[in-house]
Design a protein around this ligand. Structure first.
Ligand SMILES: [Zn+2]
Length: 99
């Protein structure tokens, strides 16, 4: 988690350690530290002082344009990122769960 603290500290000051562990650890596991570190920097640069790690985690892929899966949008809801591909059609979570 240390690189994330550094990213935070450089922009925001004292890092919210508990919240960071809670929201960043799952992303770290799924996407790897490098992707999360870059995405967090992108988010903090953009969000200014209205920062929410919950929001960052929820919209993670928006902040990680370096991940190839960013382009993967739901065929039914272009605003939503796809979480799965079914019969070669990318689907968002709600479409996927409705199958
Ligand atoms: Zn959908």
């Amino acid at each position: 988690m240390t690189p994330y603290y550094d990213v935070w500290k450089a922009r925001m000051g004292l890092p919210p350690v508990g919240e960071m562990a809670r929201f960043l650890r799952p992303l770290d596991k799924e996407f790897g530290p490098e992707a999360v570190e870059r995405a967090l920097g992108n988010y903090l640069d953009e969000a200014g002082k209205f920062v929410s790690l919950a929001r960052f985690a929820h919209t993670f892929k928006m902040w990680a344009p370096h991940l190839s899966l960013t382009d993967n949008r739901c065929v039914n809801h272009p605003a939503e990122f796809a979480v799965a591909t079914v019969s070669r059609r990318p689907l968002c979570r709600s479409c996927f769960e409705a199958l």
